[in-house]
Every structure is written in C-alpha cells, then in structure tokens.
Design a protein around this ligand. Sequence first.
Ligand SMILES: Nc1nc2c(c(=O)[nH]1)N[C@H]1C(S)=C(S)[C@@H](COP(=O)(O)O)O[C@H]1N2
Ligand SMILES: [Mo]
Length: 200
Amino acid sequence: MSALTPGFRGHRRTESDRVPPGQYLVEDFPVLSAGPTPSVATDGWTFTVVNETGERTVWDWTEFNRLPHESPTVDIHCVTRWSKLDTSWRGVSVDTLLADVETAADFAVIHSFDGYTTNVPLQDILDGQAWVATGYDGSPLTAEHGGPARFLVPHLYFWKSAKWVSGITLHDEDEPGFWERAGYHDYGDPWLEQRYQSGW
Ligand SMILES: Nc1nc2c(c(=O)[nH]1)N[C@H]1C(S)=C(S)[C@@H](COP(=O)(O)O)O[C@H]1N2
Ligand SMILES: [Mo]
C-alpha cells in the first residue's frame, strides 16, 4: 500500500476541499431519524456480531466498555446535503470487534434497536474506517444522536452510520438495508454523489 498519494498528504487541504460536491457546511449537529427516538437502556444492552455461518459474539455494556477505545475526529456528510467537519467521537473500532471473528464474508449489515438496518461492504468498515461510538464531543452520546451507541462510518453518507446500533451481521451476498431498499444508493460515496439508485 502506498502511504503517500499526491493531494492526500502532500498538499495542505483547505476547508472547501473537504466539502463533497452538492454539500454545505453546518456548525450545529442536525438530528435526522426516520422514526421517534427509542430509549435504549445500557442495562440489558448488548452488541452482537453474527458471522456468515451463524456464530455469535456478544458483549454486554460492561464488557463493551472494557474494550480498547479510540478517539477519531472525522468529517461527516448527510445525503440531505449538510456536512460537518472535525466531529470528535469516542468508540471501539470495528477492527477490534471483528478481531476474533472468523469470517470470509464480503458484506455486512448494521442493525439497530429501532429496526433500522444499513448495508456496507465488509472491507469498508475495516482498517480504521468505522467505529461503534459511545461518546461525542467529550460527552456520552445523547439518545437523539444514537446513544448509548451508534455506528460511525464517516467516508460514506451518514445514513450508513446507524444510530442505536445493536450489532453487525456478516454475509456472502449484499443485502440492502432500510434506506437502500427505499431507493438510496447501495454504496453511498459522498465524493461521487452516490445519493440515490439510478432511476431516482
Ligand atoms: N437507527 C437509525 N439510524 C439512523 C437513522 C435512523 O432513522 N435510524 N437515520 C440515518 C440518517 S439518514 C442520518 S443522516 C443520520 C443522522 O444522524 P444524526 O441524527 O446524529 O445527525 O443517522 C442515520 N442513522
Ligand atoms: Mo440522512
């Protein structure tokens, strides 16, 4: 893997270089949910990974909080056209969650306690690209933003960052999630403006 790509580390990036096409910057943090905010208690909370053969790995809240945590600062991009730069989070990387999971799967579905789902290629959530976040901006993640824990995969449109996350299932085949079945793009790269499936 080449560590230095021209234009990535080689040049100073201005703020406008960090805003994908068709997006505008916000300073506040908008709340976007398809339904009401569920109240998810940490008592009885679990995070579950299921591989393609049905093997389950489960953490309760206490076990999850003992896992090594990271503090990523990332830019986020919602398909409704707002972007927010330098958001700071605290969470467990998906690499940590999948470290002991045996899998040859190519796809993942992220599941939430409100029934929300979203699909991502497995390679897009490995190698430091995705987290299960329990903290935002120095505080526990609020319920409206997905607390106690939400998925965070900032290089894809923010609908892929499922709030109130309950687990990850691994699959050999791609399985569209809630918004993807409703016509949102299967992959959702903000830099390519992959907002909706063609025909929308
Ligand atoms: N469980 C769940 N996760 C969700 C959603 C939702 O409706 N339910 N909305 C998605 C969408 S479309 C966006 S833009 C972001 C919004 O996150 P925010 O409310 O923290 O800004 O959450 C995503 N995750
Ligand atoms: Mo969104």
